[in-house]
Each structure stands twice: as C-alpha cells, then as structure tokens.
Design a protein around this ligand. Structure first.
Ligand code: NAG
Ligand code: NAG
Ligand code: NAG
Length: 253
C-alpha cells in the first residue's frame, strides 16, 4: 500500500504533458533501453514520440527547460534505422522521416551498431546504441469512443476540455491515429479536425495543410463537396468527407 502511494506520488510529480497536433507527448522519467521504452509507450500510450517539424522540436526543448529539477539531458525518441537500408530512418509509429534535426557530426553509426535515436535537451538528434537506458517521450492519441456526436458537437466537446479535434500533419501521425482506432476495435470512420470552409479544406486548429491523405481515384467528391463537408479518418486509414450531421466517434488532442 505504502509503495503504491509512493509510486503515484512520483508518477504525478514527474508527469510532463506537451500538446502536439495529433496528440499529447508524455515524458517518462524511468530509464529503459529503446525496445523496452517502445513496449512501455505502446502499452500505456500510443507509441514512442515522433517529431514532424521544428514546432515539435521547440515543444520538447521547452518541456526540457521546464524540468530542470529532473536534469534530463538525453531521451529516446521513436526513430530507428531501417533494417533493410542503413541510410534510411523510420518512426516507431510508422512512416519514414521527412524532417530531420541531427546534431553536428551525427548520425555517425559507431561500430555500425547505432540503430536507434535519442535527442538532447536542445532537441538535436544522435544515433545511439539501443541497449542504453534513457528516459523517453511517448505520444498518446485519444479517441473519444463513449458517445457518437455530430462533427460540431465533437468540436465543442474537445474545446470544452481545452483541447481541439486533432490535425494530421504527416504519414506517421496518420498511421498512429489508425493504430489507435484498431486498438479500440473501431469499425467506423472517426471525426478529425478537417473541415471544408470558404472553398477549401482546413484544419480547425489553424495548422497549415501540407500533408494530405485523400484516397486516389474513385470518388472525388471531396474536391468540391456540396454536402459532405466534414472530414474523418476512415477505417482504411485515409481521409473521407462526410455529412457533418452524422454521429461518429472522434479524436481530441
Ligand atoms: C536507401 O535509402 C536512401 C535514402 O532514403 C535512398 O536514397 C537509397 O536509394 C536507398 N537504397 C536502397 C538500396 O534502396
Ligand atoms: C532491453 O532490456 C530487456 C530487459 O529489460 C532485454 O530483454 C532486451 O534484450 C534489451 N534490449 C536491447 C536492445 O538491449
Ligand atoms: C479489441 O478486441 C480484442 C480481441 O477481440 C480484445 O482482446 C480487446 O480487449 C478489444 N479492445 C478493446 C479496447 O475493446
């Protein structure tokens, strides 16, 4: 009993949350090797943390600065070397790197066995041996699957919780969200923060639309939708446009 209390005390003290576009990033202060860190994130969150762009880097640097008491200098991120191509890097959640932020002289692949990546508190990446134990960041994507809501009701619900419907800024984000749907055994499309307004598709949180995942060919209704002006992540893991009045589960950040 006492030990449990102590654990909860530490767990709450060390809990650092940072909001991203697709979900929240959680700092885990326990030092584990890369594969154990990955297992931990997949069990309690969605996956090891991935970095889409400079904005994500800045959030991590800020979180590090706010945690001086923990004195963390190095943490694992979800990046690893493609086993089939040593010059290519993949995210634990799926997808290849697009943005990179290597430290000077990195990756240097010491002994040809540095196959995983950590980041310093300055946000710069370094390839490192996966057996080393470091604290790490996990990403958690939250699917609201208690009550189905129209797109507007879903948005309102997220905003009441001081959050927003998610935006999907990369292939990795898309795959992570799909993983979360599968984990919850969802067999219907789920609302995301995608909305057709003023003749274009926008993210309601103001995120710029760079990455797109509309299905190729077939139904091109999304290009000029008359009724179906709200976006969902489909069971197939792509975007689909639907009538905003339909009731669906939804993703909040
Ligand atoms: C390995 O990956 C690099 C970087 O993505 C690419 O340029 C190269 O063609 C790949 N090599 C093979 C053999 O696929
Ligand atoms: C990580 O640690 C576990 C034990 O907790 C061990 O079984 C595993 O082999 C280690 N992985 C690496 C890559 O060292
Ligand atoms: C999803 O289905 C699997 C297999 O039927 C089950 O073990 C698991 O508990 C389910 N998960 C949820 C969140 O319902």
């Amino acid at each position: 009993m006492e030990i449990q209390k102590l654990f909860f005390f530490f767990a709450s003290v060390f809990c650092v949350k940072v909001e991203g576009e697709v979900g929240t990033h959680h700092f885990v202060s326990q030092a584990l090797n890369w594969t154990d860190a990955q297992t931990h994130c997949r069990r309690y969150y969605t996956d090891l943390f991935s970095v889409n762009d400079q904005k994500d880097t800045e959030k991590i640097v800020k979180a590090a600065a706010g945690q001086k008491s923990l004195n963390w200098n190095t943490v694992w991120i979800g990046l690893y070397r493609d086993p089939t191509n040593a010059t290519r890097w993949k995210w634990s959640g799926g997808g290849y790197v697009t943005y990179t932020n290597w430290d000077k002289g990195q990756p240097n692949n010491v002994a040809n066995t540095q196959n995983t990546v950590n980041t310093n508190s300055n946000g710069r990446w370094n390839d490192a041996h996966g057996y080393l134990a470091w604290p790490f960041f996990c990403i958690k994507i939250s699917v609201m699957n208690y009550e189905k809501k129209t797109w507007e009701e879903a948005l309102e619900h997220c905003r009441e919780e001081h959050s927003d419907l998610i935006s999907i800024a990369s292939e990795t984000d898309r795959l992570l969200a799909q993983t979360e749907m599968q984990r919850n055994n969802l067999t219907e499309h789920v609302w995301i923060g995608l909305r057709f307004l003023a003749d274009q598709w926008l993210w309601v949180d103001g995120e710029t639309m760079v990455y797109k995942a509309w299905p190729q060919g077939g139904d091109e209704d999304h290009q000029c939708p008359t009724w179906r002006r709200c976006g969902a992540l489909t069971v197939e893991g792509l975007w689909g446009n639907y009538n905003c009045e339909e009731k669906r589960y939804f993703f909040c950040k």
